[in-house]
Design a protein around this ligand. Structure first.
Ligand code: ATP
Length: 266
């Protein structure tokens, strides 16, 4: 049985159609990626799962089941209590609070008691030693990458069974993005399923076993991540791999037929 099953999900914000008939599976223990450009509907998909569409005046139809149980009728806090935790886009940490208090806040609303909170904190510090070193600093003073670590650490404090990550590599330098990617792998290796929403297809396809490509609110492509990474369309549109023939055609069109590259080089 799939851990998360989204079926025929359609979402609108008033007159704006953001998602249409989207079906996505996140199998137990897997990393599933959802790719797509700006406005494709990636964040909306996560909001539907975390039951936070209402905060954004969004409404939807379709079904979402987590471990066989429908999420219909549940509020955001009940979804968190069920173990589905979202790390929102843009590293939303509590800037004036210390790193330690941010992490403590993550444990609020989770099922565990003191012992689980202490164990969770140990695990977060193991994954992100910098959060232990900076425990008493204000979160707003951390670098962008460190804030992303804190946002993920805070989510881990809630003991997620399914982690929803919204563009964790956004705006990070390549080295930091690679570190975050490594950590996502480590988190997943300890049994947490991950739904990873990314514009950075190179990172997402490397981490995920299955991927979906959203295009203007619909699933345009889906399949094993390695097959998608090898497909011409994904390489051209999302991995920035230039199709040489198309590039040559475009250059010739600009130069005009009488100024083809071969004539210039002749
Ligand atoms: P990005 O990568 O830019 O964050 P995205 O793939 O996450 O994009 P969404 O944020 O889900 O896309 O947006 C999907 C569509 O819904 C877009 O057309 C967007 O303008 C619209 N939209 C999102 N949130 C709202 C809202 N609160 N009110 C109205 N329209 C919205």
């Amino acid at each position: 049985m799939a851990t998360l099953e989204i079926r025929e999900l359609s979402v609108g914000y008033g007159p704006v159609r953001a998602l249409r008939d989207v079906s996505v599976d996140v199998p137990p223990g897997a990393i599933t990626a959802v790719l797509g450009g700006n406005g494709a509907g990636k964040t909306t998909l996560l909001r539907a799962v975390s039951r936070t569409l209402g905060f954004h005046r969004g409404t939807g139809t379709g079904t979402i089941r987590f471990d066989g149980r429908s999420l219909d009728g549940l509020g955001p806090a009940q979804v968190v209590a069920a173990g589905v935790i979202q790390v929102p886009e843009g590293r939303q940490v509590f800037a004036r609070m210390t790193v330690a208090d941010n992490l403590r806040a993550g444990a609020l609303g989770a099922r565990g008691g003191r012992k689980e909170t202490a164990a969770g904190l140990d695990r977060v510090h193991e994954l992100f030693p910098v959060l232990a070193e900076r425990a008493h600093q204000r979160a707003g003073l951390l670098s962008g990458g460190e804030q992303q670590m804190l946002a993920m650490g805070r989510a881990l404090m809630a003991g997620p069974r399914l982690l929803l990550l919204d563009e964790p590599s956004l705006g990070l330098a390549p080295l930091m993005a690679a570190r975050i990617a490594e950590t996502i792998q480590e988190i997943n290796a300890t049994g947490t399923s991950v739904m990873l929403v990314e514009q950075n297809a190179a990172i997402a396809l490397r981490l995920a076993s299955t991927a979906y490509v959203l295009d203007v609110g619909e699933v345009a492509l889906e399949g094993p991540a390695d097959e998608l990474a090898a497909s011409d369309e994904v390489r051209r549109r999302y991995l920035g791999v230039v199709d040489e023939t198309a590039a040559e055609d475009a250059t010739q069109a600009v130069a005009g037929p009488s100024r083809s590259l071969s004539r210039w080089s002749a």
